[in-house]
Design a binder for this molecule. Structure first.
Ligand code: 5GP
Length: 207
């Protein structure tokens, strides 16, 4: 009998802009199949070489409003002056045994937790991870290194980062991203361990 086989887990990952989440995901992709990176909707403009439908669904305010009215979102929030929302349909991948990774901010994590509390199937498979930079100085260096944001956007992201970083205790796990390969390896262990939590195991496992 293999306890890992049946369903995937939902992993919420938060951390300030520029902390290196994308690099960690790319490393993780190379390690693992069975990962679904949730694609959020956003009203912010595309940045650098981001592809519509891969990085985000880039939509306008009107389309975003429509999704709200149709109750399509698991959660949505205003981050750095733009709207971001996670589609409920993204979670269904866990039913096929895939692990779903949600890269959302602290407000999004809280709302998702609250929303899923009424659904034991999803709630029992939810794990939350906060990713921290080694220092504020290093975070600023990484944000500037991206060369995709204006000075104003960088300042806004740094100010937001401080507020978010103070809330790391609200998460199940904390990673300090000194090195993206080491962080990806740690994240993989967290995902693996989540499959063995008693509350995530269904009685059908023994049928
Ligand atoms: P960025 O614009 O740098 O891609 O993302 C900015 C912030 O928005 C990040 O902290 C990211 O985690 C958050 N974010 C991305 N998608 C969502 C979402 O669907 N919901 C929420 N609440 N936050 C999101």
């Amino acid at each position: 009998m293999n306890l890992e086989q049946s369903f995937g887990v939902i992993v919420i990952i938060s951390g300030p802009s520029g902390v290196g989440k994308t690099t960690i995901y790319n490393t993780l992709r190379a390690f693992r199949q069975k990962l679904h990176f949730s694609v959020s909707c956003t009203t912010r403009a595309r940045r650098g070489d981001e592809v519509d439908g891969m990085a985000y669904h880039f939509i306008d305010n009107e389309e975003f409003e429509k999704h709200i009215q149709n109750h399509d979102f698991l959660e949505c929030a205003n981050v750095h002056g733009f709207y971001y929302g996670t589609l409920k349909s993204e979670l269904d991948y866990i039913k096929n045994g895939e692990n779903v990774l949600l890269d959302i901010d602290v407000q999004g994590m809280q709302r998702t937790q609250k929303e899923l509390k009424s659904d034991p199937f999803f709630f029992s498979r939810l794990v939350t991870v906060f990713i921290m930079p080694p220092s504020m100085k290093e975070l600023e260096r990484r944000l500037r290194g991206r060369k995709t944001d204006s000075e104003e956007a960088i300042q806004r992201r740094l100010a937001n980062a401080k507020g978010e970083m103070e809330r790391w205790r609200e998460y199940d796990y904390l990673l300090i991203n000194e090195d993206s390969t080491a962080s990806a390896e740690a994240l993989m262990k967290i995902i693996d361990a989540a499959h063995f939590r008693t509350q995530a195991i269904t009685l059908e496992t023994w049928k």
